[in-house]
Design a protein. Structure first.
Length: 151
């Protein structure tokens, strides 16, 4: 049966700009390009485990979509915000409350920070946290999550 999600696809307005973003800015590994069909594919993580496909389309056919990159907890907690800012990307949390700090979805539990690609797709760095889900806490700061797990 189903073992995971292997690939996802996005429509992009400018394939070369998107290739540059996903390869140079985010560090994904290109695995296939087809000029005639205006498509490009990238490995996400280890080659052959997950893939992102980009398809060039007219702007009128592009609607913002969302997906998340699974990341190491230390990266999301301590480095993701700086990583995004160094690449001229604006990090934001799920609440869009002006904070650039990752937030914890206590119902999973997982910590995440968001940013947008050149076409306005909402991307996310996320890491599942240890501990039991606590949906009653809602969406909280990492500090609140740590405190709730100490008691």
């Amino acid at each position: 049966m189903i073992q995971g999600l292997y690939e996802t696809h996005l429509f992009v307005e400018n394939l070369e700009a998107s290739i540059s973003f996903y390869e140079q800015v985010l560090g994904l590994t290109p695995c296939y390009f087809e000029e005639e069909r205006r498509i490009a594919f990238f490995w996400v993580g280890k080659p052959r485990e997950a893939m992102l496909g980009l398809w060039e389309k007219p702007k009128s056919q592009i609607y913002p979509q969302h997906f998340a990159f699974r990341c190491d907890k230390d990266f999301v907690v301590n480095h993701a915000t700086a990583y995004l800012k160094e690449r001229n990307l604006r990090p934001y949390n799920f609440l869009k409350d002006g904070s650039e700090q990752p937030m914890v979805f206590a119902w999973m539990p997982a910590i995440a920070i968001y940013f947008n690609d050149p076409d306005g797709h909402q991307l996310e760095f996320i890491s599942v946290l240890e501990g039991d889900a606590q949906p009653e806490l809602g969406i909280i700061s990492y500090e609140q999550w740590i405190s709730s797990n100490l008691s």
